[in-house]
Design a protein around this ligand. Structure first.
Ligand code: SAM
Length: 226
């Protein structure tokens, strides 16, 4: 039930009360309680179907007194400061930005553990532009899949020095799964460049950007193959 991705997310949670926004099966809340990481979890989803599944799983584990389910959109289910940690995982990076933006004052009052399925570049940019600090990043690997887990909290952080860093922050080059992330980014950049070169009305600006990212990524090539 608990996968490396979910465990990596759960292990970043701090405090007594966590909220899992977009909980679906409620695997993270169940793990958090069963492993004594927090004492209470608010488990929410915007759709009734996933919330029903969450409720069934919570009942099976006899945790209905410790995990409360709430139906609603994003952070609107929470009061400011109600949760020490807010988890938003397994969604697109742009949707995570939208969820934070819609209730930004609620987001500012908790530690955020974010696991975007894509658009990590846009999410890092959004967080730093909106005065959230990225306090830590982790990587989880499941087979060929590579996931970024981003911790953030209210606070000012200097902008990254280069645009490429929003794609691949230099601190991740020391991570044990650096090679997996390098390969994922290499595949992504080369695929987009190939597609753009093939296209009849190629987007020149986008092509130049991806070529720049690929060139920057290749600066880590010797480390990748060391
Ligand atoms: C792919 S599941 C991820 C489940 C779990 N968080 C995980 O990481 O395994 C995404 C869930 O987010 C929910 N969701 C999407 N948009 C949401 C929103 N604005 N507010 C709350 N939940 C949302 C979906 O209904 C779905 O159950």
């Amino acid at each position: 039930m608990i996968t490396p991705r979910l465990k990596c997310i759960a292990d970043r949670v701090k405090g007594n009360i966590a909220a899992d926004i977009g909980t679906d099966h409620a695997y993270i809340p169940i793990y958090l309680i069963e492993n004594g990481i927090v004492s209470r979890v608010i488990s929410s989803d915007v759709r009734q179907g996933p919330l029903n599944i969450a409720e069934e799983n919570i009942k099976k584990h006899n945790l209905s007194d410790k995990i409360e389910t709430r139906l609603g959109d994003g952070l609107s289910v929470l009061k400011e400061g109600e949760a020490d940690t807010v988890i938003i995982a397994g969604m697109g990076g742009q949707l995570i930005c939208d969820i934070i933006e819609t209730n930004i004052n609620i987001a500012r009052k908790s530690k955020l553990v974010l696991q975007p399925m894509n658009s990590q570049y846009e999410l890092r940019k959004y967080l730093i532009e909106k005065n959230f600090k990225i306090t830590n990043e982790d990587i989880a690997v499941e087979g060929f899949k590579v996931y970024n887990i981003i911790d953030a909290e209210n606070g000012k952080q200097e902008k990254f020095k280069t645009d490429f860093e929003y794609q691949f922050p230099s601190y991740l080059s020391d991570h044990k799964y650096f090679k997996n992330l390098y390969d994922k980014k290499y595949r992504e950049f080369t695929k987009v460049i190939k597609g753009l070169k093939k296209s009849s009305d190629s987007d020149e600006k986008k092509l130049l950007l991806y070529e720049y990212w690929l060139k920057e990524l290749k600066k880590y090539e010797s480390k990748r193959y060391s």
